[in-house]
Design a protein around this ligand. Structure first.
Ligand SMILES: Nc1ncnc2c1ncn2[C@@H]1O[C@H](COP(=O)(O)OP(=O)(O)OP(=O)(O)O)[C@@H](O)[C@H]1O
Ligand SMILES: [Mg+2]
Length: 432
């Protein structure tokens, strides 16, 4: 048996449970709280055909009813023995902030009624009330309740919609990300493959006209075969790194000697067709420095940037790579993003000295401001169809960001371009 039934037994004038519960399904619920029998019954008569009416003689009873039923509006007498109307109002609003409460008060207690308004009541009427005014006040309260319910419903739908859009976007991003990663594997493996085919070509040239290979020729064949093996290994590492990235387990930064990578780069590029036509200068670092980045990643970054620089012009030109240590924090704010410059990863850069800076500088044609806007976007290329995927710089960007490094690009049309990669060093990590 519920509280309405209990109340009905105590007070035969209260609504009968069975009937009330039926109407509760369709009608909105009005709670009347008054310690005086007269106004309580008058209100019941006035509203029983329009609303599902609940009657309470005091505060605790009103709160209990509001706990058991979904009350839309309440008419609340302010002055009751025991729990005050203000306290009841507070409790009702705590149970459901959306309940609309009309305060009933004697004329002398107008100040308390105003206090009730401040506490969230929607209206107040003085006793004795006029029937038409009361009807209007309750109708308005019910209207407000319906409106706020509707708004709540819309809000819920809006949140749901936002969530759906977010999930859909996430799904699209994952799918697009996977496509990009697969394309990147092919792009990155293409570099070592070009080198492998270069070395294979050199081997085939040196053995083409000789029936036997010995002495120096044998030695050079051996060196070239070991280069090929190194590159095959590189391909395997690249695909492994990408696949672990796809599985979400990438990101563990390791470290690598910068001079070792620079000397690997020199060896790798020896057989590259673009090196033969141009001048490639690689200046090792004076000090042995260990950069905080995966070795395969750093070689990928440098290979991409060097090959871009070598391919920037069909005219013979020069590309110079050098590394240096920076012992102070980098003042990134002095590097501007404008028509001749770009900084990548200002936010995520771990600007803790000592840092290592590796620059790749060419005296090629430079980059126009229109092209500069797009060069780090995946699939953006100015190369003829079939010659560039446009993925190189987006891969460089991702790898440098992953290592918490930064890229500073400076270019001058007609003069050339330099890309400087800043990376945290092992020492920086030990200090933190
Ligand atoms: N050193 C540079 N000098 C002039 N332009 C450059 C230089 N480096 C990059 N670019 C421009 O940036 C574009 C995008 O480079 P990115 O490495 O992303 O792709 P790509 O080199 O065109 O293709 P892929 O890397 O597959 O060979 C290039 O097409 C070129 O226009
Ligand atoms: Mg490229």
């Amino acid at each position: 048996m519920n509280i309405t039934a209990l109340s009905a037994q105590r007070n035969p004038l209260k609504p009968i449970v069975g009937k009330v519960d039926e109407s509760a399904k369709t009608k909105r619920t009005l709670l009347i709280v008054d310690d005086e029998e007269g106004p309580r019954q008058a209100l019941l008569m006035l509203f029983k055909n329009v609303y599902h009416v609940l009657l309470a003689e005091n505060g605790p009873e009103a709160i209990e009813l509001a706990r058991l039923h979904s009350v839309d509006a309440a008419v609340l007498d302010l002055r009751m023995p025991g729990m005050s109307g203000i306290e009841v109002l507070n409790h009702l609003k705590k149970l459901d902030p959306g309940i609309e409460v009309i305060i009933l008060t004697a004329y002398e207690a107008l100040e308390t009624a105003r206090q009730a308004l401040r506490l969230g009541a929607c209206d107040y009427l003085t006793k004795p009330f006029e029937i038409s005014t009361m009807r209007e006040a309750v109708a308005t309260a019910m209207e407000r309740r319906s409106l706020s319910n509707e708004i709540k419903g819309y809000n819920r739908k809006l949140v749901q919609l936002q969530e759906d859009i977010h999930n859909q976007k996430l799904h699209e991003e994952i799918t697009r990300g996977q496509g990009e990663i697969y394309a990147s594997i092919i792009h990155d493996i293409n570099g070592p493959l070009t080198i492998i085919s270069g070395f294979a070509e050199l081997i085939s040239q040196s053995i083409r006209n000789s029936s036997r290979i010995e002495g120096d020729s044998l030695q050079s064949v051996k060196v070239r075969i070991s280069e090929i093996l190194l590159q095959v290994n590189n391909c395997i590492q690249i695909s492994r790194r990408y696949l672990s990235f796809l599985r979400g387990s990438a990101g563990q930064t390791t470290r690598v000697s910068v001079n070792q990578v620079l000397s690997d780069l020199r060896e790798l590029l020896k057989a590259h067709s673009d090196v033969q036509k141009n001048s490639l200068i690689i200046v090792p670092m004076q000090d042995e420095v260990t950069a905080q980045i995966n070795g395969t990643d750093l070689i990928q970054v440098l290979l991409n940037l060097t090959i871009n620089a070598l391919q920037s012009s069909t005219q013979p030109h020069q590309v110079e790579i050098r590394g240096r240590t920076i012992l102070e924090q980098l003042s990134l704010s002095s590097f501007v993003d404008d028509s001749e410059g770009r900084v990548i990863n200002r936010e995520g850069f771990r600007n803790q000295p000592p840092l290592v800076a590796i620059s790749i500088e060419d005296n090629g044609p430079g980059i126009s401001s229109e092209t500069l806007e797009h060069i780090f976007e995946p699939y953006f290329t100015t190369k003829p169809a079939g010659q560039g995927t446009g993925l190189g710089l987006s891969i460089v960007r991702r790898l440098v960001e992953q290592a918490k490094g930064a890229i500073h690009l400076q270019t001058r049309v007609g003069r050339g371009t330099s890309f400087t990669i800043y990376l945290p060093t092992r020492e920086a990590n030990l200090n933190s």
